[in-house]
Design a protein around this ligand. Sequence first.
Ligand code: SF4
Length: 895
Amino acid sequence: MQLQSTCPYCGVGCGVRVEGQTDLQISGDSEHPANYGRLCVKGSALAQTLGEQGRLLAPKVDGQTVSWPEAIDAVSSRLSAIVAEYGPASVAMYLSGQLLTEDYYVANKLMKGFIGSPHVDTNSRLCMASTVAGHKRAFGADIVPGCYADIELARCYILVGANMAWNHPVLFQRIQACKQQDPGRKIIVIDPRRSASCEGADLHLALKPGTDLLLFNGLLSFLAKENQLDHNFIKAHTEGFSEALASAQQQAGTIEQVALGCDLPPEQVDAFYRCFIDEPLTLTLFSQGVNQAQNGTDKVNAIINCHLATGRIGKAGRGPFSLTGQPNAMGGREVGGLANQLAAHMDYSQNADIELVRQFWQAPNICHQPGYKAVDLFEAVERGEIKAIWIMATNPVVSMPEANRVRAALEACPLVIVSDIVSHTDTIACADIVLPATGWSEKDGTVTNSERRISRQCTLLPAPGLARHDWQMICDVAKAMGFAEHFTYAGPAAIFAEHAALSAYQNSGQRAFDLSGLMHLTAQQYQDLAPVQWPVNHKYPKGASRLGADGQFYTPSGKARFIAVSQQQNAELAADHLLLNTGRIRDQWHSMTRTGRAASLLQHRAEPFLELHPVDAEQLGLIDGGLARLSNSLGQMDARVRLTEAQRSGECFVPIHWTEQFSSRGRCDVLVPALVDPVSGQPALKQAQVQINPLNLHWQVWLILKPELDELLWPLCRSSGYASKQKSAQTVLYHLQLAESDLATTADSGLDPTKLQLWLSALHIQPELSSQALSLGHYRAAAFEAEQLSCCVFISLQPLNLALEYLDQQFNKELSLNDRRQLLTGRSNSGEPQSAVICSCFQVREASICAAIREGCNSYQQLGQQLKCGTNCGSCIPELKALIASEITTQGQSL
Ligand code: SF4
């Protein structure tokens, strides 16, 4: 039987088809309008992330495993006691764009209507809040005017602060396919880094970080100067144009002013502006590089201003397009999951809306004021004002700015409840009560993607252990707190029907979010719901592809608003500091609780890394492949150095994904100050300042072990020196780097036998087989259990090119004496040289790809024919193109 569902990662929201009952085969859904059959590397590896290993299988209260009735009783009685003593505003929820809309809806309803606390915020605050605020300012409602089908209709794509090739890969592939069909189409990338999205772009503006507002204000001025404004549209459908233009002209009246402020060549600015003028079918796609800034909301409005000025909005093939980061960031916005919202796109600004929601919910304790946004929320926890917090499906100890402060605040908080799918996260380590949640493939409900399209996520597998759906836990707690009448649902279909009915309640068109056409679905119709874009109502019975096409918006006047914005001075970079940019990588998702389980996804980037320009590296004494410590007054992060000219000098980049479950010191947000956009409250996650020093840990250690030993050994190994962890097919691999004092007496004396023995004993490793030349710093050993390999150790002063796949394959089988000897060499007889995996789908390594290029493959298509790389999900195609360009350049130089 074949079932349909939706990928749980990024905001593209790709449809998947699933076959099999226990061993699932997952492929792209050729009928889903988000992807038409495509999947990126993360979606393609979904089946590898399933299974019970590492899952949280039973509730725990104060470290003790308990039954569900005991867990619900502990949660509800402790919450009730805190509310009774300190009032409802002493409890909070911190939710997630990973939750389904139905989970989100009941959480929001319980807090804002029944417990009576407005302090419900979500990790979407870190990702989308500035876009929400920008949309509301411009359109009067949080609407995305366009749709994905505009990609095929557009002729110019402007990617702003969005590395779509890695973060929204399937949409990027759609753009690439259009470009391939018609090379006259233009791709312009606006990003300080030369990211993978720049491969094949017509123009890359590597602007100074944070100056995109100036660039778009310059574009507005230029449009006016060149008489390219749509005066009819401006007059009939907008307000505030003169003020916005005056503000833009003041700072960005000439190309030279813009070029100087953005640190760009004037001719590049000119080329961008002329391209915008020449090509009316323009989509401006933006994401975290725009949102995650102290002026994120203003940047969003600067982009929208240019589209309003040219009337390019809500029409086929044109418009500003916000790319949501998470699979259900949009669903969270719909139910009111942000602290400044109430429900169903209503907020606290009008008493009538508050009364409407109160009536609909029959709520005894409706909130009247906005609650704390994420940064303020955790500061209230720190102050002791919030005494209980329920965190669902997210990991704030990793992802919040000033993450060490957040951890300390949670450690001191009287009641921390965490619901999650895995047994260990950095946030669970602070929890008093841990609740096992169902994950993708077990859950059932809906999500909404970047284009307002609601799709079903369906149950494909039974819940493992005692795991429960988030909506069930929330409703059980609500019932135990005395609200049973309002939280008894037959299932997610009933919750969705109520959510849809609230959107329709007393809505005669003044609220954009309207699902009245879906409020009477039967359970079966809900089960079979085809992907549909809201609103779904009498005006748009089949959903609406575009909004604003009729020039009607949701402001009191019905007109869209220009917003006058101006570029603020960036903070001065302190002496000896680099500007730190943070972001996602191609093969990982958030804090790796799911993608970290897929061996193939840890081959592309296996450990936390730091990218910086070779000129900076030389000044700082850093080498490619060495270790670096990033630090500032807030914290420290350790990472492997990658030198790249794609990075501007004076700036650097680290990934957001690594946690203490996978690295010793890989959490980047410990370095990021809690500065927020004043309108949206979104933290500026891309503008920390750091000092960087080499981390001189000379002893390299590789430990390859069977997974059963991981829980015992990882806490021991990550506590000294540097450690990173990687899952392989059958084993777990630790790469450690230790100081002289851990293993040797002096720097050049080789391994000290006493210290080595102590180190092995501390890890409970008793080798049966070894190869050693301690004075030369050489030690290799293997330990066995019941004749099968349980662990092997390689220690060296030099990096070792171990054949990790071969070593992984030596576990779970009988080994002959010869096999055992071979094992200690760290190589198979005929192994492929070890290098980074570029194509995760077919595990094709960089060394093989470069060899094929040297032998004559000079296009990614030829590489695909020869090695299969890039022929499944296509996520690696930008890197294949970059390798071809770099190998050809190298060959040219050596001629
Ligand atoms: S682009 Fe990739 S991660 Fe995003 S929804 Fe599609 S398959 Fe999932």
